[in-house]
Design a protein around this ligand. Structure first.
Ligand code: PMP
Length: 355
């Protein structure tokens, strides 16, 4: 019998990426939609599941879903790749275009999974810095890209956890300066006013990653996709497992797209609520940053982040505690919830900050 062997030595990654799950009434910590998908979608899906040939493998290329997404974004189906959540899309990108001997660039603070998945796929990571207000310093970006020549450059717009969207001219400048693929993670794009989708073509090394987890209210389904040059999609098909996307999920995504107007109405409600939350936070002793996502980053001015986080939990409100994350000392991130949840959060926060 052999021995239990140690973990790969290069996986010295600590705990990975988790959000504390605490039993509370108001959960505003993981940027999910507070609204479920429409009942019509549920009914359609139930009917469809009853006719899924479960003894057969699903359509390996998810053709119908990719066609529906291509129609939504006015691109071709061969420019669309779908996977189990946008995290798996990011993983496929790194498996195919990162890996040993290759480099990915991030601009911190940003979505922690970009560098995390890069490490897991043995891709070298170079971390650029943002300015103190979390905007990109384009001169610093250009010199980092020139020095390290990364195969993959990550942007995240709107950026998690800061909430800021990258301005169009900044994204175009990064695309101009980057020597390889530019991956724009747009998990929250429908909450923002501009999308990099207009930069995608077969000729440009630009990839836009989207998810059904937020605006489509389908976090439980684990479905994400990207829009990219057809040659990039072909590359991803080389690394993804056969039949990776089950038949129910393919149907769930395709059916969801029939309820686009309902999705847009939910997004509008959340954007209105985000504005209301931002205005209320402006009246409290916290620092905030402009958000174009479904969450707001804030830093209590006179109190520690851990202390405020715990005091909110004590009042049955859970937000994301970012206060120990690099470059985010003292910061908390609140997801926009229903008006009632947002009221409960604001009430609890005012009470905590005035006590
Ligand atoms: N990208 C960003 C920026 C995110 O915030 C998230 C979710 N936290 C994801 C990707 C992953 O989303 P999913 O895997 O649920 O599609």
């Amino acid at each position: 019998m052999g021995a239990l062997i140690p973990l790969r030595a290069d996986l010295g990654l600590g705990d990975g990426y988790h959000s504390a799950q605490v039993d509370v009434d108001v959960r505003l910590n993981t940027n999910e939609s507070p609204y479920p998908p429409p009942q019509g979608w549920r009914d359609d899906l139930r009917d469809l599941i009853s006719s899924v040939p479960f003894h057969r493998y699903p359509d390996r290329s998810a053709r119908a879903l990719r066609e529906a997404l291509a129609e939504l974004h006015d691109v071709r189906p061969d420019q669309v790749f779908v996977a189990n959540g946008s995290n798996e899309v990011l993983q496929a990108l790194l498996l195919a275009y990162g890996g040993p001997g290759r480099t990915a660039a991030t601009f911190e603070p940003t979505y922690a999974l970009h560098s995390h998945i890069a490490h897991v796929t043995a891709t070298h990571v170079v971390e650029g810095e943002r300015r103190d207000d979390f905007t990109l310093d384009l001169d610093a970006v250009a010199s980092l890209l020139a020095e390290h020549r990364p195969e993959i450059t990550f942007l995240c717009s709107p950026n998690n956890p800061t909430g800021r969207a990258e301005p169009e001219d900044a994204v175009r400048a990064v695309i101009e300066a980057a020597p390889g693929l530019v991956v724009v993670d747009e998990a929250y794009a429908q909450f923002a006013s501009w999308s990099a989708l207009s930069c995608v073509s077969d000729e440009a090394p630009v990839v836009v990653v989207r998810t059904f987890s937020k605006t489509w209210s389908m976090a439980a389904a684990r479905l994400g996709y990207l829009v990219a040059p057809a040659s990039v999609v072909e590359g991803l098909e080389r690394v993804i497992l056969p039949y990776h996307l089950d038949a129910v999920k393919q149907a769930a995504g395709r059916l969801a797209l029939r309820y686009r107007a309902e999705m847009e109405a939910r997004v509008k409600t959340l954007v209105d609520e985000r504005r209301r939350l931002a205005a209320a936070l402006a009246g409290l002793p916290v620092e905030t940053w402009p958000s174009e996502a479904n969450f707001i980053l804030f830093r209590p001015r006179d109190r520690g982040g851990d202390e405020v986080w715990q005091a909110l939990v004590d009042r049955s409100v859970l937000v994301r505690n970012c206060s120990s994350w690099p470059r985010l000392g003292g910061c908390l991130r609140v997801t926009v919830g229903t008006p009632e949840e947002n009221d409960a959060f604001l009430h609890a926060l005012s009470e905590v900050l005035s006590s």
